[in-house]
Design a protein around this ligand. Structure first.
Ligand code: SF4
Ligand code: SF4
Ligand code: SF4
Length: 294
């Protein structure tokens, strides 16, 4: 695919004018179209000049590593005995936890979507790895001078046509690049057109505040993408988390903490005042009794 999905998926209103509001870029992967050929992985390797991957026992089972920014994972399909192939890569969250966790600003959220990494700023604390709800960032443990590695989706990935090498390399159009708004519209169109095929869900549309990598499929992708279902979240009594980014939730708690502290002080002060009043009244009463006796 030489043209970007941005060019291929125009969204026009009744007057023929573009309805686009946001310039946020994104990748839509449709698991029903993926044949597992790994051309996307190869395109990324070539574009980013990535070295040969490390032996499997050093890697996680999703195939991502310091030398692989995207991978293909085989998961059970809708029907027994069938498989689906799903791309793994950084989700480029709208409000990324990795950015919030990084103490030195090595990870940055760009206005147009990508979450980028500056190796020169990184101190190797790996807080981003702990913070990421999708378990994406990898560390180059095998290197003497290791860095964090993950999908970049920035200008350095782009090939002719403006799309990243991974989406441009896909022979089936299973993974496409474009404006997030357009891709959400396209995903919704496909689901509505074939409700008997697709699960009625766009993974990444809302979860954890929304992401710039979104998915549609004919079988659940929650496990492979590490996105809990609403039911699972509800079980843990934190259903609201699914539609809210973690930094935003943390921010809310941080914002109310001073008020909780002040409230606590006020309660303690009231108790202390009441006790003191009780003591003074008791002392006054006993002084009066002594006066009466004398
Ligand atoms: S998926 Fe993880 S590494 Fe990627 S932007 Fe979100 S929090 Fe950061
Ligand atoms: S967006 Fe760039 S870094 Fe990410 S998988 Fe595609 S080519 Fe690789
Ligand atoms: S290139 Fe396209 S069809 Fe091949 S594995 Fe990647 S997403 Fe699937």
């Amino acid at each position: 695919m030489s043209k970007s999905a941005e060019d291929e998926l125009p969204v026009l209103d009744a007057q023929g004018k573009s309805k686009r509001k946001s310039k946020t870029k994104a990748i839509l992967t449709d698991a029903t179209k993926c044949i597992g050929c790994e051309r996307c992985v190869q395109g990324c390797v070539e574009q980013n000049d990535l070295p040969q991957d490390f032996p499997a026992h050093f890697k996680s089972n999703d195939g991502l590593s310091g030398a692989r920014y995207t991978s293909i994972v085989e998961v059970p399909g809708k029907d027994p005995g069938t498989s689906r192939f799903v791309r793994r890569q950084c989700m480029h969250c709208a409000d990324p936890t990795c950015v919030a966790a990084c103490l030195v600003g090595a990870l940055t959220k760009s206005a147009d979507g990508p979450v980028t990494y500056d190796a020169d700023k990184c101190i190797g604390c790996r807080y981003c790895m702990l913070a990421c709800p999708f378990s994406i960032p990898r560390y180059e443990y095998e290197k003497a001078l290791p860095y964090i590695r993950k999908c970049k989706m920035d200008e350095t990935c782009r090939v002719a046509g403006g799309a990243p090498a991974c989406t441009s390399s896909c022979p089936t159009g299973a993974t496409v690049f474009g404006l997030r708004e357009d891709l959400i519209t396209e995903a919704r169109r496909r689901i509505d057109e074939r409700p008997e095929l697709y699960v009625d869900h766009i993974w990444g549309e809302h979860e954890f505040g929304g992401t710039s990598v979104i998915y549609i499929s004919d079988s659940s992708l929650g496990d492979v993408l590490k996105i809990p279902t609403d039911k699972e979240f509800a079980k843990r009594a934190v259903a609201s988390l699914t539609h809210e980014s973690i930094p935003h939730l943390v921010h809310n708690w941080v914002m109310v903490t001073p008020f909780q502290f002040a409230g606590g002080l006020a309660i303690l002060g009231t108790i202390a005042f009441a006790k003191r009043r009780q003591r003074v009244m008791a002392e006054t009463a006993s002084g009066k009794d002594e006066e009466d006796e004398s």
